[in-house]
Design a protein around this ligand. Sequence first.
Ligand code: AMP
Ligand code: ZN
Length: 470
Amino acid sequence: MKIYNTLSRTKEEFVPNVEGKVSMYTCGPTVYHYAHIGNLRSYIMEDVLEKYFRFTGYDVTRVMNITDVGHLTSDGDTGDDKMLKGAKREHKTVMEIAQFYTDAFFADCVKLNIKKPDVVEPATGCIDDFIKVISSLMEKGFAYEAGGNIYFDTSKLKQYYVFNDFKEEDLAVGVREGVEEDTNKRNKADFVLWFTKSKFDDQELKWDSPWGVGYPGWHIECSCISMKHLGEYLDIHCGGIDNAFPHHTNEIAQSEAYIGHKWCNYWFHILHLNTNSGKMSKSSGEFLTVSLLESKGYNPLVYRFFCLLSHYRKSLVFSYENLDNAAVSYNKITAKIGSILKETQGEIDKAAYDKLMSAFTEALDNDLNTALAITALHDVLRADTTPATKIALIREFDKVLSLNLIETAEKLTAEPEAEELPQEILDLAEQRKAARKEKNFALADELRDKITALGYIVEETRQGTKITKK
Ligand code: AMP
Ligand code: ZN
């Protein structure tokens, strides 16, 4: 399988550190509010990646953090603490907010068929791990204390900007946002590992540390939680593209300074979901959540399908019109599968199966091209092969796509169509049923012909007799 690696800016053959095993880390949500459907685009595409690894036979261990402390509204270590902002907004404690939105996040994941990672670790549960790593960085001379905070010294690295050609001036983020620059930093790119001098007097969550009572920076959380569960050699790290800088850049800086060698081989970044008016937002415009889509009558899996129709490395524009188009297509696919389920299944045609399967795996092997994988699904529906072959393929594809294709189709076919039939047809069907019971097959056939002559199709399925309008 080839994957685009942000680190090398090329598509590379994916080769894990240990044969047959994949260690995968995902930046989890900051649980100060509901996830918007942009956040969830990232989690959907990461879910497809994880499932495809498993599909191809890898034993995957996936770890995700929950950011419940330390994430400031500006990535330049300025701005408000997002969790504190959420708590103030809702007149609750930070931990109440964290619990509520963690639960809400996983409830959305269930609706979108996003598998829960093997390990989910809230940052507030790992304070000792952060302190251990920060202490070591201090000892090794990669970190310094200034104005009460502990900073990572980026000038100690051979290369800090690993993903791109950022210039020092680009880091004047805080200044551009009208927030004062942190004058404690020795270099503009330095970032906080541990805060003791919080700008927020009411910072709720604080812990003892060798540098005073305080709380961790956001970046150190992911490094430590990843290394805690997945060790010093990580195969793949995922997140939305906004995380590449500074978050992932800082993760690499501190992790590699700590372990003294290369940490993660592949960096998988998902481009953003935007609206026609621009960036997806939790505070302005329509706050697009899964619940909002549901309240408007959309099946959350139609949103998942909508995401799969585009490559993860292209930004995607959300509009209700686009979502409606995806819904039409999803409904057509499941209706078609429903009609295939009703046909006499026959045997699996091995040659056809292999050919159609390889179109699917080729698509995903090429940098997770889900759009082409959906084309491969359409090709299965159209293919000149037995229904058994098609259903077997769709079942396999759906282990990765997770669109409930067969379940939805079965529900469609199980709907009581008989109730919509005219009384005359229902009576004939009843008489035919009685004739069959009495083994009077001549009469049964005669009654079937009468029903057919009136414009209806009679079929015997595993669920019993089905009568549909021609
Ligand atoms: P957060 O809860 O802000 O920490 O973000 C959770 C995940 O969503 C991260 O991987 C972000 O990079 C990602 N993300 C944020 N905004 C978007 C967006 N508009 N589209 C796709 N992913 C996003
Ligand atoms: Zn992270």
